[in-house]
Design a binder for this molecule. Structure first.
Ligand code: FAD
Length: 461
């Protein structure tokens, strides 16, 4: 669970660093601390699951104890965080040894480059989210993969159509494909199992460099190219869509919060609003669609919900003017896979790098993470940014559910539609999700089964 802070420029020039923190490194002092009972119970729970999932109801009681137990530990926050992360790391290692599905192993491996802050580790929310994460690892991954493929295909068909029929929305959209670079034989071998020949190409390092000469400073061993992937500037696209929607009569109330739902006779009668000047308003409605990303719980509290399986996973990007020569920056969307997990993509005359998966409730961006990202970008792509380019930094919060898939369906009130938890791929499947939501609003049968997206798929609610 190391964060990217461990990276230095010299590390990245030779080989990707090992990001796994071993329990030994944490020292005797930390190991002498008493273990939070929740971790022992979690371990016992995992041991009892075997190949299937048997969730004991006593776990609910365990969760209620979490806060008290962690607080009773009395350790300094940093020590507690390190200890809990070491235990989770050990748990992950043990799970990896089980003969479980490859996909689950991949999920657990990717969990290792998340960084988690101490305040969250102390919260019941985090532990419920984590238990749901582990529980969902036991779900049928092939079924989930097939569903996501269908969702994304449906989404891209609509996006392509809009791009073709609305040339005025200029968002640098192109089907240029994406290239995923691997640093590690085992990881590449795992991904090769999912290659679909009609859509993917397996490339040696030399073949990749022919396509993308700008990758010469990256010490990868090979790559998979997804030929059908698209790239576009999401912000420009959304701004263009909003212009069209406004022309059709849609009213946007910016800087206005939905603070609550007014419920009459078991239905949402109105959404309570508060604008930036503190002026309250009430918007009557036939239906309400909940799409508040990581903050989706806020308007639901008074109508009976205290928790959703969504945590904010922060990511960072830097964007700046690129050198005009095309061999200085990737032409396609390039993902430097684990342990770096950095993407590089060119939009016209600008180049963007994005990375990080930071589970935190903090509000301010972590400047060190932005510095790390810029250092990595400049190490691997030393000629990407134009001389003296202004670097625009951005931090966003991915509304991440415990299994990275959205929550879409009718909520606890019959005219409340949940459309949230879109995680790291919200744009990729956004159009399909919008169409499914429209079907629900119109009382039609959605053309994809919604059980994969229902809130009830999570056993710990
Ligand atoms: C660095 C980074 C890179 C990413 N790259 C990709 C990518 O390449 N492809 C991809 O598909 N996805 C990507 N994502 C993920 C994508 O950004 C998210 O999946 C997407 O933004 C989720 O959309 P959303 O509308 O559900 O939530 P959000 O984008 O979080 O939007 C929620 C909105 O609700 C508003 N809101 C919150 N509370 C209230 C309230 N009470 N009342 C009114 N409004 C409220 C917020 O202000 C916000 O505007 C990336 C994310 C990050 C951080």
């Amino acid at each position: 669970m190391a964060s990217y802070n461990a990276l230095s420029t010299t590390d990245t020039e030779t080989a990707p660093p090992d990001v796994t923190t071993s329990p030994e490194q944490l020292g005797d002092e930390l190991n002498a601390l008493p273990a939070p009972p929740i971790l022992d119970r979690l371990e016992r729970f995992l041991a009892s699951t075997g190949s299937g999932l048997e969730v004991g109801s006593s776990l609910e009681a365990v969760l209620r104890e979490v806060d008290a137990q962690l607080a009773a530990l009395g350790a300094k926050e940093a020590e507690l965080e390190a200890r809990v992360q070491a235990r989770l790391s050990a748990l992950r290692e043990r799970l990896m040894q089980w003969s479980l599905q490859q996909e689950m192993q991949a999920m657990l491996t990717s969990f290792s480059f998340f960084s988690v802050d101490a305040a969250l580790v102390r919260s019941v929310q985090f532990w419920k989210w984590s238990l749901n994460f582990l529980a969902r690892c036991f779900a049928d991954m092939n079924e989930r993969r097939a569903f996501v493929d269908g969702l994304v295909a449906k989404s891209l068909t609509t996006l392509d159509h809009i791009a073709q029929t609305h040339p005025d929305i200029d968002f640098h959209y192109r089907q240029c494909g994406s290239i995923v670079l691997f640093f590690d034989e085992a990881q590449m071998a795992r991904e090769l199992q999912h290659v679909v020949p009609e859509r993917d190409q397996v490339l040696t390092r030399a073949e990749t460099l022919l396509l993308e000469p700008s990758l010469e400073h990256v010490q990868f061993i090979g790559a998979i190219r997804h030929t059908k992937d698209r790239v576009g500037n999401c912000r420009e696209y959304v701004a263009g869509l909003a212009r069209h929607a406004a022309q059709l009569g849609v009213e946007f109330r910016l800087s206005t919060n939905a603070t609550d739902l007014r419920v009459d006779n078991g239905r949402v009668a109105a959404v309570e609003l508060m604008d930036a000047d503190g002026v309250a308003d009430s918007l009557p409605c036939d239906y309400a669609v909940l799409a508040c990303g990581p903050d989706s719980l806020a308007p639901l509290r008074s109508s009976g919900w205290s928790w959703l399986p969504i945590l904010p996973v922060r990511g960072y990007s830097i964007t700046g003017a690129a050198r005009p020569e095309l061999d200085c920056t990737p032409r396609e969307y390039v993902l430097l896979d684990q342990p770096l997990h950095v993407i590089a993509v060119r939009f016209g005359d600008r180049i963007r790098f994005a990375s990080h998966a930071e589970l935190t409730t903090a509000l301010e961006p972590d400047e060190e993470k932005l510095d790390d990202l810029e250092r990595i970008a400049r190490t691997f792509f030393p000629r990407a940014f134009a001389d003296g380019a202004d670097i625009e930094a951005w931090m966003g919060r991915r509304p991440m559910t415990s299994d990275s898939m959205p929550i879409l369906g009718v909520g606890h009130l019959p005219n409340l539609i949940l459309h949230t938890g879109h995680g790291a791929d919200g744009w990729r499947w956004s159009h399909a999700c919008a169409e499914l939501t429209t079907a629900l609003l119109l009382g039609e049968t959605p053309d994809l089964p919604l059980d994969q997206l229902s809130l009830e798929r999570f056993p710990f609610l």
